[in-house]
Write a protein that binds this ligand. Structure first.
Ligand SMILES: C[S@@+](CC[C@H](N)C(=O)[O-])C[C@H]1O[C@@H](n2cnc3c(N)ncnc32)[C@H](O)[C@@H]1O
Length: 257
């Protein structure tokens, strides 16, 4: 379970997001790519106004902007000043992108001002889900669409198995919490939207370098040295036995209209 303090540690005080994205980029077996798949789901038309909440470092949009129809305007936002700064660094040359510091629970835009609202892998961090969704619905045009990605309960199962071995001596943070996942998301979104479609992305990780996986684990957890070494040994054993450490990925998107 990730609490508010941990969310701040993850995204406000240091950029641990890049470490976590790197492991997916390096070891995912589905080479089409999560970001390309997400972009394929969006139906974007000329002159659309789009807003994304919890945009992180904004890298997603780097190679997508020239694929957009004419006149599209994008507002990227995140509640972490560090992430907003990173997104500005990454996208400073891009026209038609405005980057702002915004908490999804309190949005400074008028009613029905966007054709598309996006919130990827972030709703499970938000303390008041219904407040956030009320804001999403309010700023979305009646015929607009809300796209939101999240994880499923089987995401990164193999890491959880390792964490459980040491759970008595060390508290671990998992990759997300279970407050908004593929299995319970529809029910939560139905309070705010009439039509909800779920799509899943098929993929898993095959990790070959133990240090990359340790960096990933450390990006979420402050682990005592002895436990770090024990986890390290467990992963090395797995990689030696199978050539790779196979880790499940479980993620997908809800499209709400
Ligand atoms: C797991 S990252 C996802 C980043 C990006 N959307 C992606 O899919 O790669 C979650 C992001 O949500 C942001 N976030 C968390 N709570 C938020 C809130 N209440 N309002 C806006 N952004 C928030 C964090 O700062 C972080 O950048």
């Amino acid at each position: 379970m990730i609490d508010k303090k941990t969310v701040e540690d993850l995204y406000v005080k240091k950029d641990t997001l890049s470490t976590r994205i790197n492991i997916h980029e390096k070891y995912s077996v589905n080479k089409y790519g999560w970001n390309n798949w997400i972009f394929d789901q969006y139906i974007i038309k000329e002159n659309y106004k789009i807003i994304e909440f919890g945009c992180g470092n904004g890298n997603f949009w780097k190679n997508k902007l020239d694929k957009l129809p004419h006149g599209v305007k994008i507002t990227l936002s995140d509640f972490s000043p560090l992430m907003v700064e990173k997104a500005k660094e990454n996208l400073f040359k891009m026209k038609n992108i405005d980057i702002q510091l915004i908490d999804i629970q309190n949005v400074p835009f008028s009613d029905k001002s966007f054709d598309i609202v996006i919130a990827n892998h972030m709703l499970y961090h938000v303390p008041d889900f219904d407040k956030a969704l009320t804001e999403v619905r309010r700023i979305l045009k009646s015929e607009g669409a809300f796209y939101t990605t999240t994880i499923g309960k089987n995401n990164l199962n193999q890491l959880e198995i390792i964490y459980r071995i040491f759970e008595n001596i060390c508290r671990f943070n998992y990759s997300g919490n279970l407050s908004f996942i593929l299995e319970n998301g529809k029910e939560k979104l139905e309070k705010h939207f009439q039509n909800i479609v779920q799509r899943k992305y098929s993929d898993h990780l095959e990790v070959t370098e133990v240090d990359d996986l340790m960096d990933y684990i450390v990006s979420y957890n402050n682990i005592p040295k002895e436990i770090y070494q024990e986890i390290y040994k467990n992963i090395v054993k797995e990689i030696e036995r199978y050539g790779v450490m196979k880790i499940s990925k479980d993620s997908g998107m809800f499209i709400c209209t």
